[in-house]
Design a protein around this ligand. Structure first.
Ligand SMILES: N[C@@H](CCC(=O)N[C@@H](CS)C(=O)NCC(=O)O)C(=O)O
Length: 216
C-alpha cells in the first residue's frame, strides 16, 4: 500500500518512537524503513543525502524530507491539525516543553538506554559504573521535574494531550525499559497511563517491531 509517510529509523531509537507514536495517535498509516547502525547504514551517501546529521529519525512526507524528531512532530501537528494546542499560549508552552525534553529529559534516558544496550552486547560500549550512575541520577532529576509539574494536571500544557506529552512520553517509555520504576513518580506514572490509554497507542517495540523492518 502506498502511504504518504515513510519513517526511517530504528526500534531502539527514542526519537524514532516519538515520531511513530505521533503518526499512530493521529491515525496515520506509515511505511517504516529500518536503518541499521550496526551495518553503518546511517553513514551511507544515500542516507546522508536525506539526513544532514546522519541521524534517525527521518520522515518523508510526500516529496519533503524532515529531520529532528521535535521538528518533525511539530510539522505533523501543523500538517494534520492534531495535538497542537488550541491557542497561542498553549502552543508556546508546548514549544517550551519540547525544548526542555531535548535539553533535560532525553539525554540522560538516551544515555541510560545506551548503557543497557552495551550490557546486552547490542552496542560495542562498556560504561564506567560512576558514569552510568551519573546518567541515572540526571534521569531521576528530570523525572522528578515532570512529576512535580503534573500534580493536579492531566497533561503538560492543556486539558487534552499535545505533542509535548507525546515527546516527553517517548522518553519516559524508554525510562521504563531501563528499569526506572515509575511508581517513584506517581503523578508522572498516572500521566503515562493516560497517554497509554489514548486511542491507537502502542508501546515502543509493538509499534516498530524489528521483524517488520525493511532495509533501504
Ligand atoms: N535530536 C535528535 C536526536 C537523534 C538521535 O540522537 N538519533 C540517534 C539514534 S537515537 C542516531 O541517529 N545516532 C547515530 C549517530 O548520531 O551517529 C532527534 O530528536 O531527532
Amino acid at each position: 500500500m502506498m502511504t504518504r509517510f515513510t519513517l526511517y529509523g530504528s526500534p531502539d531509537s527514542l526519537p524514532t518512537y516519538k515520531v511513530a507514536l505521533m503518526l499512530r495517535l493521529s491515525g496515520e498509516a506509515f511505511s517504516f524503513r529500518y536503518v541499521s547502525f550496526q551495518k553503518g547504514m546511517h553513514k551511507t551517501p544515500e542516507f546522508l543525502a536525506n539526513s544532514r546529521w546522519g541521524q534517525v529519525p527521518v520522515l518523508i512526507d510526500r516529496e519533503c524530507t524532515h529531520v529532528q524528531s521535535a521538528a518533525i512532530i511539530e510539522h505533523l501537528a501543523e500538517a494534520l491539525g492534531r495535538f497542537q494546542g488550541s491557542d497561542p499560549a498553549t502552543r508556546q508552552a508546548v514549544r517550551e516543553w519540547l525544548y526542555w525534553d531535548v535539553d533535560a529529559l532525553f539525554p540522560p534516558i538516551f544515555n541510560c538506554y545506551g548503557v543497557q544496550l552495551g550490557q546486552r552486547k547490542l552496542l560495542p560500549i562498556s560504561v564506567e559504573p560512576a558514569i552510568a550512575d551519573y546518567h541515572r541520577r540526571r534521569a531521576e532529576a528530570a523525572l522528578s521535574v515532570l512529576d512535580s509539574y503534573l500534580v493536579h494536571r492531566d497533561y503538560l500544557c492543556a486539558a487534552e494531550p499535545t505533542i509535548a506529552d507525546i515527546c516527553c512520553f517517548g522518553d519516559v517509555a524508554f525510562a521504563e525499559i531501563c528499569e526506572f520504576d515509575l511508581r517513584r513518580w506517581p503523578n508522572a506514572a498516572e500521566w503515562a497511563e493516560r497517554v497509554k490509554s489514548l486511542p491507537g497507542f502502542k508501546a515502543p517495540f509493538e509499534l516498530l517491531a524489528m521483524a517488520d523492518a525493511e532495509f533501504i
